[in-house]
Design a protein around this ligand. Sequence first.
Ligand code: SF4
Ligand code: SF4
Length: 127
Amino acid sequence: MAKGAGKVRKKLPKALAVVNADNCTGCEACIEVCPVDCIYKVQGADLPTLQSFVDIDLDRCIGCDLCERWCPWDAIEMVKPTMIADAVACKGGPADYVAAKQDQLNAAARAIQDLAIEAAAAAPAKK
Ligand code: SF4
Ligand code: SF4
């Protein structure tokens, strides 16, 4: 089977990374260690109220948790895909960014969560 057929992946990691924007200093330590380059810096130009911070493209996160382990500010949480939509909806961030991006981020997280819930319902828990 082809690996990246379409946008929805067939297998989800056990957990996905979510940045708590209030704790993030934009130090970029997580960006340096992420093996799939799915963490992106939100530049301050559009965010006069904040120095900078990062966010994560959940569709590409493989759940390796390197970013969580390297973050000096404990700003990253690993969240089960079945709970990812709530975590993303509550992760915060500067008002400009939330206004511009939160709907899109919520929709991506909800799609992942729905997929995870469907998968959990379809397959009995296995090790
Ligand atoms: S869990 Fe791994 S893949 Fe996901 S954002 Fe963190 S470093 Fe990148
Ligand atoms: S390592 Fe932590 S504080 Fe630094 S940019 Fe990443 S999430 Fe923000």
